[in-house]
Design a protein around this ligand. Structure first.
Ligand SMILES: C[S@@+](CC[C@H](N)C(=O)[O-])C[C@H]1O[C@@H](n2cnc3c(N)ncnc32)[C@H](O)[C@@H]1O
Length: 226
């Protein structure tokens, strides 16, 4: 099925959130990082501003800045309304209320939009749809990330996940996936099968992180070479 803009709901997080979701240390931030399903997050923009190296991968990068901006305007009220209707599914400690959530997300997405065209020219934003093979040789990256894409979108199926994770591990020495819940905020039904599949050849573990917005969503999956 073709990847169409009208089926996307752009929603992006910021560097502080990425640091917390993935337990990123200052040492980690200096690694060569590739981030899958990065969408309109400001992670790449903020890291680049700090002279760090991040490549972001997402099929929405095939669209123009104006198309993405328009889609963000069309969908943001819907996402905020849905959040208001499900307040009890979220933890309102770091982010205090829906107004603050809207401010943080719109600011992240605005930073992304301002950076998008320059970042595309610098090959920091790559239009690419997983689980297809990326253009990279084996292991140019130290760290691969997936925030709110793999595992969360469990409806993509086990094969999609195995193929995508295999490709991530082909290009990065270590990968981290957050959260390990599905869209119903339950531990993903794919998690055990994914862990079992990679346990033979990789170190596979679940780690607690200092980030919990989706209730009980405070763990990430980490896979790395022995
Ligand atoms: C909920 S957003 C998360 C954005 C960002 N990672 C963050 O946490 O702020 C999920 C992203 O996954 C991307 N995505 C969906 N299918 C994908 C695929 N097959 N390959 C790569 N990215 C995909 C979407 O376009 C969207 O930008």
């Amino acid at each position: 099925m073709a990847f169409e803009l009208k089926n996307t709901v752009p929603w992006g997080r910021n560097l502080d959130e990425y640091r917390a979701m993935f337990n990123l240390t200052n040492y980690d931030l200096d690694k060569r990082i590739i981030s899958f399903g990065d969408g309109p997050a400001s992670f790449n923009f903020e890291m680049t501003s700090l002279n760090k190296n991040v490549v972001s991968i997402d099929p929405i990068y095939r669209f123009s800045k104006d198309e993405l901006k328009q889609r963000i305007i069309e969908t943001k009220d819907i996402v905020i309304e849905q959040t208001k209707n499900n307040l009890e599914n979220f933890v309102w400690t770091k982010i205090k209320n829906v107004n603050e959530l809207e401010k943080i997300r719109l600011s992240a997405m605005d930073n992304f939009l301002q950076d998008f065209e320059a970042g595309k020219k610098e090959n920091r934003y790559l239009n690419h749809e997983m689980p297809n093979k990326t253009k990279f040789d084996d292991l140019p990256f130290d760290l691969g990330l997936s925030s709110h894409f793999l595992i969360l979108y469990s409806q993509l199926g086990l094969d999609f996940h195995i193929l995508s994770i295999n490709e991530m591990l082909r290009v990065a020495k270590e990968i981290r996936i957050f959260p390990i819940l599905n869209l119903n905020a339950e531990r993903s039904e794919l998690l055990n099968d994914i862990m079992e599949c990679f346990q033979k050849n990789y170190i596979v573990k679940i780690e607690k992180v200092d980030y919990e917005f989706q209730k009980n969503g405070n763990e990430m999956l980490l896979l790395k070479r022995y």
